[in-house]
Ligand binder design. Structure first.
Ligand code: GSH
Length: 210
């Protein structure tokens, strides 16, 4: 399989973290990672549009030459295809909870953080929008407080002892925020400690560059 990706971009990064976490647990996924240079606009060229008509990354090319074009579908495919030692485990309720948390982190935190970065100091050169940035920051407070309260039972990672998709998603969003020298963690000591702890993991060290 091949993963078309670009470093720093949050959606490819969370899948890269997911792959690195699985490999750290001993699963050989055998996925070649291929950079599509978005700064040079390569994702909008016919070669990439043939993989994904929406031109986004990541894209996973399967062994039969077909493609998956959504990051969550890619991670869930890898969960099911390599089910032994998967991040979500085998208990239906645990799996549902892991998915639940991933959705909260993605929809309420990671996507807004992406919008915040572009409104504040877009790496793609979009015009700054301070009013939008402030309104996103305001809306981020409740879900960030939710994570702080989850972590108050001293669990090392968002879902407990094992890395989960939620950790991968949050770490990739926070890297994007760090890239523009911003900080949205605020006065949340548990979340800040999680961030520092997560970045010490071998998977994070292999994938995160900022
Ligand atoms: N829902 C998609 C979103 C993918 C996405 O928006 N990727 C960004 C990078 S983080 C991208 O490719 N942006 C380039 C563009 O939209 O032109 C997913 O989860 O994979």
């Amino acid at each position: 399989m091949k993963l078309y990706m670009v470093p720093l971009a949050p959606n490819p990064t969370k899948v890269m973290l997911y792959i690195a976490e699985r490999e750290a647990l001993g699963t050989r996924l055998d996925i070649e990672q291929i950079v599509v240079n978005t700064l040079k606009g390569r994702h909008r060229e016919p070669e990439h549009l043939a993989r994904n008509p929406f031109g986004t990354l990541p894209v996973l090319e399967l062994d039969d030459g077909t493609y998956l074009i959504e990051s969550l579908a890619i991670m869930e495919y890898l969960e099911e295809r390599f089910a032994a030692d998967s991040l979500m485990g085998s208990d239906p309720q645990q799996r549902a909870r892991a998915r639940d948390l991933e959705r909260v982190v993605e929809l309420r935190i990671a996507i807004p953080m992406g919008g915040y970065v572009h409104a504040k100091k877009s790496p793609l050169g979009l015009p700054p929008d301070p009013v939008l940035a402030q309104s996103i920051e305001d809306k981020l407070q409740a879900p960030l407080n939710h994570l702080e309260s989850l972590l108050s039972d001293e669990r090392p990672l968002l879902f407990g002892d094992r890395a989960s998709m939620a950790d991968c998603t949050l770490a990739s969003a926070l890297q994007f925020v760090r890239f523009i020298q911003a900080d949205l963690i605020g006065e949340r000591p548990k979340l800040r400690a999680w961030d520092e702890r997560y970045r010490q993991r071998s998977a994070a060290k292999a994938v995160l560059k900022w």
